[in-house]
Design a protein around this ligand. Structure first.
Ligand code: NAP
Length: 280
């Protein structure tokens, strides 16, 4: 079949689907509205889709904007910050979706809504600073369920379609503490080290299906997560950063966009550190 015939067939199928959608919604539309809708429909049809968990947070927000710039239709996942997620979605031309990663129902509903997911960014995370013995078993379990098990479950539900299509990409947001461990953040470090192990093992398992899985390990990035530190504490932390400045969410977003792109087509199972030289 030549290209023109293929395109005609595609347009016919698209119009038929669109008519079905209009019919199902009991909408009656004029020709002009229909052509606008067709354009939108076709635009959406060709866009790659990305799901960003914790898209409403400091790093997640930067990732959503960056991926939208790269041409993705972005599902901005939120747990509590619905208003912020909706604003990001409106500005990026995507959708805000309730995605508590500790809820299988939420994960299932988002993966069904998206249908095809080209890129999953497992970014949702929580941290708790205290002595290991000061963290309750319930709190410890919740850190693991959000930071590690939540990421695994998102991948579990979104991978089958990627495997069927033999295409897809997963980027997990770990932490430098997952690489070297942090005193008073033992549960957090363990969850983030788990994400690194998960990344490496899954990368090997799904590589034959054409799917890449990588990890970004940020250092100290200025977001809400670090708002608990006083000015004096921040100055002490900054003094330990070889590049002498705190990281910005856009630094992490650039690393995610790179790993998701064709420029990283031969990179899988890796941990890309974005930390100003703290951990080398
Ligand atoms: P943040 O601004 O505090 O954002 C955290 C995000 O996680 C929010 O969008 C929040 O959603 C979401 N979240 C919390 N619980 C959730 C749940 N049960 N289900 C789904 N989403 C949930 O933190 P951030 O600095 O952007 O951190 C983003 C990721 O980077 C985290 O995984 C963090 O561990 C990692 N990281 C951060 C740094 C850093 O220095 N900032 C360093 C290394 C790694 P709602 O607001 O909607 O509830």
């Amino acid at each position: 079949m030549n290209v023109e015939k293929l395109l005609n067939k595609f347009i016919a199928v698209s119009v038929a689907n669109l008519e079905l959608i209009c019919y199902n919604n009991s909408q009656s539309v004029g020709f002009t509205e229909l052509s606008v809708d067709i354009n939108l429909y076709m635009e959406r049809f060709f866009m790659k889709k990305a799901v960003v968990t914790g898209g409403s947070g400091g790093i997640g927000e930067a990732v959503c904007y960056r991926l939208a710039e790269e041409g993705y239709y972005v599902y901005t996942g939120f747990c509590c910050s619905e208003g912020k997620a909706k604003k990001i979605a409106a500005e990026t031309g995507g959708e805000a979706v309730k995605l508590d990663v500790s809820s299988m129902e939420d994960i299932l509903s988002v993966s069904e809504k998206a249908g095809t997911v080209d890129l999953l960014v497992n970014n949702a995370g929580v941290s708790e600073i205290d002595l290991f013995t000061g963290i309750s078993e319930i709190k410890s379990r919740s850190i693991m369920e959000i930071n590690l098990v939540g990421a695994m479950n998102c991948a579990r539900l979104m991978l089958p379609d990627m495997i069927r299509r033999k295409s897809g990409c997963i980027v997990n947001i770990s932490s430098m503490w997952g690489q070297i461990g942090a005193s008073c953040e033992v549960d957090y470090s363990a969850s983030k080290a788990g994400l690194i192990g998960f990344t490496k093992a899954l990368a090997k398992e799904v590589a034959p299906s054409g799917i890449r899985v990588n990890c970004v390990a940020p250092g100290f990035i200025m977001t809400e997560m670090n708002s608990r530190f006083s000015e004096d504490e921040l100055e002490l932390i900054r003094a330990d950063i070889p590049l002498g400045i705190f990281g910005k969410p856009c630094h992490v977003a650039d690393a995610v966009a790179f790993l998701a792109s064709g420029r990283a087509e031969y990179i899988t199972g890796q941990v890309l550190a974005v930390n100003g030289g703290i951990v080398v």
